[in-house]
Ligand binder design. Structure first.
Ligand code: NAD
Ligand code: ZN
Ligand code: ZN
Length: 407
């Protein structure tokens, strides 16, 4: 154990100059690989990072850190600071533990859920770790690598990272060798597999359910896999991206080509009736899209969500993992959500950041023992951290891949 605040440059295997390689925000729409401060249990003010003392934290050496659709929101949104380390999905090895850490040990292989949660507030105690009341001074809910609006915690696309409240936040793999062997699979229990699973469960998916999923990105695919795990009878995934749709078909799900085809027709063909029990919006709307909305503020931007509302049956349920920006206080984004459809069909809707930690124990077991091949399903592709900027470009351009950076 190292005393809190001790220089980290002396850490075994770490660079001696107090800096490390990381993917950083390099201006609107641009990610770059550069030098960033080594993490410490005593964080110092840095771009997008607030100073804090974290005796309850650990330092983790990264084995795998993923690029997510949410990182694209950060890249194109208003909250990023130049030089800030990006990323929020990490699997790694604990190399240093704070004074107050009891359960997690140096050498443990761990998964970091993307929510920064204290484990002590009413929301954390109720399992709502996506809305922790203490880890973000700006509002409930904190995430790594998204700037001060999300709590001011350094990003995880780096060689080393700080994880606060480690005893609560970290999932520790019982067999570290097994986790290393299945690295591309277990890397996905930090965010997208729990997100897909939470989305499917929140939309009431169970044996015999029929489901429409908007978006064939990694989150849409993880949701489809989760629907299958829960026993869904028919799963239709819609997108405009032909390469992604081809992959959807190869996994045995029905694909709705929104560019040329007719969604209602595909639903009727697949489900036998022109509606589904459940809908999942894995698209969302970015801040950038909202900023680009027409001056009259009337341009509908919630196209995916409106499709979902359109095909869900009366009395059905919808979940919305896709992100919708809160907007500045008092300035509500003009999203054009079809509220009348929700109301008249009495649809139950659930939204928000996934409480990823809640599901990690069962999902790690499902992946490691239950044959859930999530890495294949999302085409997880390992890329050296040094090529992180390229991974951002490719994922932003809609590559049919989930990029996993490995230092
Ligand atoms: P992605 O950008 O790779 O995939 C989104 C897909 O949606 C793209 O393939 C795009 O072509 C498609 N699309 C665009 N408009 C569409 C429409 N009208 N109908 C159907 N498809 C459409 O992103 P991803 O990594 O899969 O993430 C998806 C969303 O989930 C993002 O908004 C991301 O921020 C969010 N997310 C939320 C959580 C959470 O906790 N709720 C966790 C992870 C990701
Ligand atoms: Zn993510
Ligand atoms: Zn909390």
């Amino acid at each position: 154990m190292t005393a809190c605040g001790a220089p980290v440059a002396s850490r075994a295997g770490a660079p001696a100059n107090g800096t490390q390689r990381a993917v950083v925000y390099a201006g609107p729409g641009r990610a770059a690989v550069g030098d960033a401060p080594m993490p410490s249990l005593q964080t110092r003010a840095a771009p997008g990072v607030l100073p804090r003392r974290c005796d309850h934290g650990v330092i983790v050496r990264t084995l795998a850190t993923c690029v997510c659709g949410s990182d694209q929101h950060t890249l194109h949104g208003p909250g990023a600071a130049e030089g800030m380390v990006l990323g929020h999905e990490l699997t790694g090895v604990v190399v240093e533990t704070g004074r107050d850490v009891e359960r997690v040990k140096a050498g443990d292989v761990v998964s970091v859920p993307f929510n920064v949660a204290c484990g002590r507030c009413p929301n954390c105690r109720a399992g709502r770790t996506g809305h922790c009341l203490t880890t973000n001074p700006a509002r409930p809910g904190a995430t790594y690598g998204m700037g001060e609006g999300f709590g001011g915690w350094a990003g995880l696309q780096a060689e080393y990272a700080l994880v606060p409240y480690a005893d609560f936040n970290l999932y520790v793999f019982a067999d570290p060798d097994q986790a290393r062997e299945r690295l591309l699979d277990v890397a996905l229990i930090g965010d997208i597999l729990p997100t897909g699973y939470h989305a499917a469960r929140s939309a009431g998916v169970g044996p015999g359910s029929t489901v429409y999923i908007a978006g064939a990105g990694p989150v849409g695919l993880a949701s489809a896999v989760a629907c299958r795990m829960l026993g869904a009878a028919a799963v239709i995934v819609g997108d405009f991206n032909r390469e992604r749709l081809e992959h959807v078909r190869s996994l045995g799900f029905a694909a709705a080509d929104l560019g040329g085809g007719d969604l209602a027709g595909t639903v009727a063909e697949t489900a036998g009736v022109p509606y589904v029990d459940a809908g999942i919006d894995c698209v969302g709307v970015s801040d950038a899209a909202v900023a680009g909305a027409g001056a009259d503020g009337a341009t509908p931007r919630a196209a995916a969500l409106n499709d979902v509302i359109g095909v869900v049956r009366h009395g059905g349920a919808i979940s919305v993992p896709g992100v919708y920006p809160a907007g500045a206080p008092g300035a509500r984004p003009p999203l054009g959500v079809w509220l009348g459809g929700i109301w008249s069909k009495a649809i139950t809707v659930s939204t928000g950041a996934t409480p990823a930690r809640r599901y990690q124990d069962e999902l790690a077991t499902a992946v490691l023992l239950g044959g859930v091949a999530i890495a294949d399903a999302v085409r997880a592709t390992a890329v050296p951290l040094e090529r992180g900027a390229e991974a951002y470009e490719l994922s932003g351009a809609g590559a049919s891949r989930k990029f996993v950076l490995t230092p």
